[in-house]
Design a protein around this ligand. Structure first.
Ligand SMILES: *Cc1c(COP(=O)(O)O)cnc(C)c1O
Length: 358
């Protein structure tokens, strides 16, 4: 049997590791920042009836430009956006891949501020784009001066700003994004996967879109919207940037079932987002409790908490996993990340970690 080493793989992919968050079916999963609350029954029923209609005509290709889904997404986002400002794909990972296919690639570069979302370097390598990781400060914040200096020094073709940042939870002020945009001729992507979890002070970069043709805001239905299994991510930007997405997407990349499910779910956006407030409260509870236990908790605007002061992250991760609780070792020395669960899941996590050596 051949191994990967025996195959004529592209040289730039040799030795690369795939994305690999563990999936334990039996565990309490607090490792991939999902919404732990299932789809409310009345919404599920409406989605199912939409799907039933689509199944009977699945002999035909789906609407290639998914106009109704884009309209629904524009309505959901507000900010005066219309169908021409919206794009969607199978998760915001695919959105980011398409952005890299259109604006990155061989001879081009992608800059981001690390630690950040682990998919960025993988998407860069998959598209042959040079990856430029710029370190954040010790508390994972980033001053506008440092961000601007890094972009000036490296002149990247694409800059991705993740805000609130995964895995640290750190938001990036709009002033910094504005300043950063002004010093680059490249594309600036703001990854707002966790925007709905932001506190009142959190400001979306959607407000910056008018007059900024190279700015793109990426969102997802996977996190706050409790729709990770369906795979819908989306992008808001200038219509010209949306034209670029048409050049690189596969024809009919969004199935008729995906489109129908998304449209139906967006009809119930208030219900779908009903748990977000409770999840914010759980985030606060986790942060307080871990802090009382002596861990260093990083302020988070997402549905997860990064905590430091863990003497042996691997041992703590494994001890919790052995008790059926899956959290995340994100590879930051002395740190672990835990996603907000339901109230009872969170209680169990806090009870178990309190019993472990720090
Ligand atoms: C989860 C996540 C995504 C992507 O999720 P999809 O399920 O592909 O939409 C994108 N960016 C960040 C920062 C994330 O944490």
């Amino acid at each position: 049997m051949a191994t990967l080493d025996d195959l004529p793989l592209r040289p730039d992919l040799v030795g690369k590791k795939p994305y690999g968050a563990p999936q334990d079916a039996a565990s309490i999963n607090l490792n991939v920042n999902e919404n732990p609350h299932p789809i409310p029954e009345e919404v599920a029923a409406d989605i199912v009836s939409s799907l039933a209609t689509e199944v009977t005509r699945a002999n035909r290709y789906p609407d290639r430009d998914f106009g109704e889904l884009r309209e629904s997404l524009a309505r959901y986002l507000g900010h005066g956006l219309t169908v021409d400002n919206l794009w969607a794909a199978n998760g915001s990972n695919e959105i980011l891949q398409q952005v890299l296919q259109a604006f990155g690639g061989p001879g081009r570069s992608l800059l981001s501020f690390v630690p950040t979302y682990s998919m960025y370097p993988l998407l860069a390598s998959g598209t042959g784009t040079e990856w430029i990781p710029v370190p954040r400060g010790t508390d994972f914040s980033l001053s506008a001066e440092d961000a601007v200096a890094a972009v000036r020094a490296h002149t990247p073709d694409i800059t991705i700003i993740c805000t609130p940042n995964n895995p640290t939870g750190t938001p990036m002020p709009l002033d910094t994004i504005r300043a950063l945009y002004d010093v680059t001729n490249g594309i600036v992507v703001v990854d707002e996967a966790y925007a709905e979890f932001g506190s009142e002070a959190y400001e979306s970069a959607l407000t910056l879109l008018p007059g900024r043709d190279r700015l793109l805001v990426s969102r997802t239905m996977s996190k706050a919207f409790a729709f990770a299994g369906v795979r819908i991510g989306y992008l808001a930007g200038n219509p010209a940037a949306i034209d670029a997405m048409h050049l690189v997407r596969l024809p009919y990349h969004l199935s008729a079932l995906t489109q129908a499910a998304g449209i139906a779910a967006l009809r119930h956006s208030t219900t779908m987002l009903a748990a977000v407030g409770a999840m914010r409260d759980e985030r606060v509870r986790i942060a307080r409790a871990l802090s009382d236990m002596g861990y260093t908790v990083h302020p988070s605007e997402g549905n997860f908490v990064l905590f430091g002061g863990v003497s042996n992250p691997q041992a703590t991760f494994e001890a919790l996993r052995g008790q059926g609780i899956l959290i995340r070792d994100v590879g930051i020395p002395g740190h672990l990340r835990v996603s907000v669960g339901t109230h009872s899941e969170t209680s169990l996590f806090l009870e178990k970690i309190a019993q472990l050596p720090r």
